[in-house]
Design a protein around this ligand. Structure first.
Ligand code: DSN
Length: 416
């Protein structure tokens, strides 16, 4: 597999001379680790030099509590322009009308972004209907160990036991029985296309707000390689650092025509409520160096080259899944429509556990994460599967032929 040419350039820390030798040594070691390993972690990617430049810029020195032209501290000439540029680039990257969508670019990462949306729109103690963690959802979709499951009540949904995909009739039944305040579509370990139109119909039928957490597939949406949730959702959250290939950060989009009645009897837009939930509700000053890097990534995601990239990510994942299947491995739901593959390595005791598989692969230079599978029978610390993703290696230039070789390598390592 081709190596990461684009990450070895002017931001190569190996050539830098830091005064703090301990940290410099660790940075060099991490650079070397990234260069010599293959990352199949579905939520990771390799950012461009420009993203790194922006992250390492002097915007990190600036406090900018508030929003453009409404800040608490002076000296905001450049931060205001920067945040407005990021806000303008976000709808462009997803082909949206800026008159319809409001965007907040200050979320520090995906979990606080989701928390901010619930704080803004769901009454304390209300119900959020999200996919169970072991069926591919995220902790912040209302899992009991997350603040989101302590402040709100999760109404869980999952995948069908036989097909391992979402059963929309079952989803509707759960929604109608529980009448959640909000339904969350989105995942961290569900490999298939989500039918956002059906989610919209169900949300309308039970009177819920529809939020889509597109953190995993945002880059594929920007690149036209996965259906867009925007025609159907009221709110869309996303991290920027997965398939979107930006810095660790988050965006929150909300429809400008959606409002909620305040205690004082005024209609307040979702956008205003979310902005207030982010600041001053949940966060202090935004990380402006991060906002700069987000703006860079959004410009990159709007290019024809990124479209090509996103399509290749999916082609690579499909190829990898097919090859692993041919080699006798069980792929949850029988394949993938996205960048990620959920592989049952345990196969009801005929294979090896997820922890053992991930450890063996790491020893051979392939980095993955262990993962629970739907209807998990083992523990989260040593589950039945692993999750594989192709976003990072596609950035490094991998094509289908590389995936065929990689599948053979994975199979050999796991069977040793
Ligand atoms: N931890 C991320 C993932 O790997 O999918 C989600 O937060």
């Amino acid at each position: 597999m081709r190596r990461a040419k684009r990450t070895v350039a002017r931001r190569d820390f190996a050539k830098s001379k830091m005064k703090d030798k301990q940290i410099e040594k660790l940075i060099k070691a991490e650079e070397a680790r990234q260069k010599k390993t293959i990352s199949l972690i579905a939520s990771e990617n390799y950012v461009s030099d420009d993203v790194l430049e922006a992250l390492g810029s002097k915007f990190t020195n600036k406090y900018s509590e508030g929003y453009p032209h409404k800040r608490y501290y002076k000296g905001q000439t450049n931060t205001d322009k920067l945040e407005e540029l990021a806000q303008a680039r976000a709808p462009k990257a997803f082909g949206l009308d800026k008159n319809i969508w409001h965007v907040n670019v200050q979320g520090l990462s995906g979990s606080p972004a989701n928390l901010a949306v619930y704080l803004a729109l769901v009454p304390i103690g209300g119900k959020v209907m999200g996919m169970s963690l072991d069926h591919g959802g995220h902790l912040t979709h209302g899992h009991k160990v997350s603040a989101t499951g302590k402040i709100w009540t999760q109404v869980p949904y999952g995948v069908n036991k036989n097909t391992e995909v979402i059963d929309y009739n079952e989803l509707k039944k759960i929604a109608m029985e529980n009448k959640p305040n909000m339904i969350i579509a989105g995942f961290t370990a569900y490999p298939r296309i989500v039918d956002f139109k059906k989610f919209r119909e169900i949300a309308d039928a039970c009177g819920a707000i529809l939020m889509v957490d597109m953190s995993h597939f945002a880059g594929l949406v920007a690149g036209g390689a996965y259906p867009s949730p925007f025609p159907y959702a009221d709110v869309v959250t996303t991290t920027v650092h997965k398939t979107l290939r930006g810095p660790r950060s988050a965006l929150i989009f909300s429809r400008k025509d959606k409002t909620q009645l305040s205690a004082k009897g005024n209609q307040i837009s979702f956008g205003d409520l979310i902005d207030k939930a982010i600041f001053p509700g949940l966060q202090g000053g935004p990380h402006m160096n991060q906002v700069a890097a987000v703006a860079v990534a959004l410009k990159e995601a709007a290019t024809p080259a990124f479209k090509k990239y996103a399509k290749q990510v999916v082609k690579n994942a499909k190829t990898l899944a097919e090859e692993l299947k041919k080699l006798g491995w069980k792929i949850i739901s029988g394949g993938t429509d996205s960048h990620l593959i959920l592989m049952d390595t345990w196969m009801e005791g005929k294979g090896i556990s997820g922890e053992e598989a991930a450890t063996k692969l790491e020893k051979a230079g392939i980095i993955v994460n262990k993962n629970t599978i739907p209807n998990e029978t083992r523990s989260p610390m040593d589950p039945s599967g692993i999750r594989l993703g192709t976003a990072g290696e596609t950035t490094r230039g991998a094509k289908e032929k590389d995936m065929i070789k990689l599948a053979k390598r994975i199979d050999k390592i796991l069977r040793k």
